[in-house]
Design a protein around this ligand. Structure first.
Ligand code: CP
Length: 312
């Protein structure tokens, strides 16, 4: 594997250089090859501890980090927020101080408030990995999306990806679009006007209809979940209306097949909202590959980051 100056934390995509992005994506490849072996473990993080701290629900990200850390022979602790002193009113900083005393090497954190992983990073010697904070960032999701897209399109520069759905509330949209843009991939967006932020990313082409998207000729369509839990107020008339206007249905699958476009989704999927059962069985869906690549990318990130605890 190639070498690069290590960094302590991974908090967002914006602060990553192209060299760092390439480093992680390249190093994820041999980790993925490991999954084909009968023994999928390497000793890279033997004796190191990884703490999974999820203040918001997660299936893919939390289990993916756990599998990644286990495959690197780290000791993993899953900290259950609902069963912790946090529900008794303990402050974030007091929790961090407690965790710091445990001398964890890596803290993987998801929180509903943007910026919390950054605060934790400032107050601990452990490496902090942002597993999603509010609307702000989900950097490992973006990296696994880039790895997945590059596997099917080794000539990825100049290719086109349409992101469809709730862009406003999506940390995935923010991180993945930023990373794709850095890699020279064109990004377009489609969704209800109320869920498309004005002026957030000037580099993205704005579409009003699926016809406009398909006429643009996307190489992949990236569907997003409507994040009801983050919406205060009504952003579109009804779920049925949303599905009709923006969901991936039979007619749109016909256009996808004509274009040879791939389908991506970060999960969790809401069938009947952004996607039909039929579309979930689309032969060019990359959704399972995204999950598999998530483990490889997170192994590559854990391999790269260097906690200050390792100076001891
Ligand atoms: N993609 C993603 O973040 O999924 P989870 O919410 O299940 O972790």
């Amino acid at each position: 594997m190639s070498e690069l100056k290590p960094r302590k934390d991974l908090l967002d995509i914006e602060s990553l250089s192209l060299e760092e992005i390439e480093y992680v994506l390249e190093n994820a490849v041999p980790f993925k090859q490991l999954f084909q072996r009968s023994v999928k473990k390497v000793p890279t993080l033997r004796g190191k501890t990884v703490l999974n701290l999820f203040y918001e629900p997660s299936t893919r990200t939390s289990s993916s980090f756990e599998v990644a850390a286990n495959r690197m022979s780290a000791d993993v602790t899953n900290f259950t927020v609902s069963a912790s002193s946090i529900v008794k009113g303990e402050s974030l900083l007091d929790t961090i101080e407690t965790l710091q005393a445990m001398r964890s090497d890596y803290i993987v954190i998801r929180h509903k408030a943007a910026g919390v992983p950054g605060i934790v990073a400032q107050h601990t010697r452990a490496s902090v990995l942002n597993a999603g904070d509010g609307y702000h960032a989900h950097p490992t999701q973006a990296l696994l999306d880039a790895m997945t897209f590059r596997e099917v399109y080794p000539d990825f520069a100049g290719r086109k990806v349409a992101i469809v759905g709730d862009i406003l509330h999506s940390r995935v949209a923010r991180s993945t679009s930023t990373l794709f843009h850095k890699l020279g991939i064109e990004v377009g967006v489609l969704g209800p006007g109320s869920l498309i932020p004005e002026g957030r990313h000037d580099f993205m082409t704005r579409f009003r209809t699926w016809d406009e998207v398909f006429d643009w000729g996307p190489d992949a369509v990236y569907l997003l979940r409507v994040q009801m839990e983050r919406q205060e107020g009504q952003f579109f008339p009804s779920i049925a209306e949303y599905h009709k206007m923006y969901g991936m249905n039979s007619d749109r699958l016909v256009r996808m097949r004509e274009l040879g476009a791939y389908l991506m989704h970060p999960g969790p999927v809401n069938r009947g909202v952004e996607v039909t059962d039929e579309a979930m069985g689309y032969e060019k869906s990359l959704i399972s590959t995204q999950v598999e690549n998530g483990i490889a990318v997170r192994m590559a990130v854990l391999h790269w980051l260097k906690p200050e605890t390792q100076k001891d």
